[in-house]
Design a binder for this molecule. Structure first.
Ligand code: PLP
Length: 404
């Protein structure tokens, strides 16, 4: 062995030996010409599917006009997008644009800390977070997520995060102290296994924040932008955050993140306190404005909710048919999780053999994340292929003598 790598990409991903060269709607075409049904959407990114005409036109037009300009100047496209996001959110007054989910979370964390600092309480910098959460791969967001497997070997863990068990209100209350600045939670825990935060728990967190002068920070990087059937997942809970992080589907595939805040929560983030060279560039803004055009059009989110019902009903039938393979169906909208009775990777592989791409999550879950523009026929085809994949796995288990 020469010891030379076969690829010059830093091998931080265990990649499948499969590459795609184009896409259309919910379908991807591999370099070998084979077509795959995309039930991953770039992990909740390509909400409008692939090659959506409105998104393609908006990006193409903007790319020919102006790709980038410094944030030292006004960017009208960014001002327009920020105003639209604030109006749609129903709570936010201010937006900071960046390029990824982790950056959106960094800005959220910094805003929460700075809020207390400029309110005369610099000692209040700690943030309560939940076990199993995922907030990104920067040093601070790793500390917020608190997952040992991701933190190991990267030196001292950034201080300021107090983790409590998911859904444990008593532990959350115990974790709040004089140094607490905020509570941070994903309304639907994505990477952690598509665990939906019950409305009453979110309401209890809001009440706890109000009682102690804490900020409620929602990480909607994965759950936001229509994925749950509302533009933002908190919108059906009766709870509003003070700060929210967005990314993934915001640019429809173009890299973009955003941190939204109320005027009060964002009051510490004055000139010079934060920045991003690329954040809010005209090209990214054109992409996101085009995504919003589609998502805010009449009936779009209703359709996502309807597709979700259809999908979940079919999934419940499949679960009943193959209890040795699928243990539970959960999720919200088109952020759906199948907790498997087999190792989740086996179902991901079996689905890929059926030419459907899905993605694993924690808690032995397989995530189904079709693009929000998937047709009824796409969903039906995905279900048919899932049925075949489950049948094959159940057959193997049967031969091995496992009931099912
Ligand atoms: N927050 C949540 C809820 C996520 O799901 C992710 C990514 O999966 C992130 C933050 C980090 O986003 P990014 O990978 O764009 O930095």
């Amino acid at each position: 062995m020469s010891g030379l790598p076969t690829s010059h990409l830093l091998p931080t991903y265990a990649r499948v030996d499969l590459a795609f060269e184009r896409g259309e709607g919910a379908w991807l075409t591999a370099t070998n010409g084979e077509r795959y049904l995309d039930f991953t959407s770039g992990v909740a990114v390509n909400a409008l599917g692939h090659a959506h005409p409105h998104l393609v036109a908006a990006i193409s037009e903007q790319v020919a006009k102006l790709i980038h300009v410094s944030n030292l100047y006004r960017i009208p496209e960014a001002e327009r997008l920020a105003a639209r996001l604030c109006a749609a959110s129903g709570f936010a007054d201010l937006v900071f644009f960046c390029n990824s989910g982790a950056e959106a979370m960094e800005c959220s964390i910094k805003s929460a800390r700075k809020f207390h600092a400029v309110s005369g309480h610099p000692e209040r910098f700690r943030i309560v977070t939940f076990e199993g959460a995922f907030h990104g791969r920067t040093l601070a967001t790793l500390a917020a997520g608190g997952q040992k497997k991701y933190l190991e070997g990267f030196g001292p863990v950034v201080d300021g995060f107090d983790q409590v068990p998911f859904g444990d209100l008593a532990a959350t209350k115990r974790a709040v102290g004089p140094a607490t600045a905020a509570i941070l939670i994903e309304p639907v825990m994505g990477e952690g296994g598509v665990r939906v935060v019950p409305n009453e728990f979110l309401r209890a967190l809001r009440a706890l924040c109000d009682q102690h002068g804490l900020l409620l920070v929602l990480d909607e990087v994965q759950s936001g932008m229509g994925r749950t059937g509302d533009l933002f997942a908190y919108q059906h809970t009766g709870v509003q955050p003070d700060i929210m992080a967005l990314a993934k589907a915001l640019g429809g595939g173009f890299p973009l993140g955003a941190c939204l805040a109320t005027a009060e929560a964002g009051k510490g983030m004055t000139a010079g306190t934060h920045g991003s060279t690329f954040g809010g560039n005209p090209l990214a803004m054109a992409a996101a404005n085009a995504v919003l055009d589609v998502m805010l059009a009449d009936g779009f989110l209703d359709r996502v909710r309807r597709l979700s019902l259809v999908l979940k009903q079919k999934l419940a039938e499949i679960k009943d048919r193959y209890p040795s393979v699928i243990a539970e169906v959960r999720g919200e909208g088109l952020l759906v999780g199948l907790r498997t009775a087999v190792p989740n990777g086996e179902l991901v592989d079996a689905l890929r053999a059926e030419k459907v791409i899905t993605v694993a999550a924690g808690d032995n879950v397989v995530r189904l994340l079709p693009p929000l523009i998937a047709t009824d026929a796409d969903i039906a085809e995905g279900v048919r292929r899932l049925d075949r994949a489950c049948a094959r796995l159940a057959e193997v288990l049967h031969k091995q003598g496992v009931a099912g």
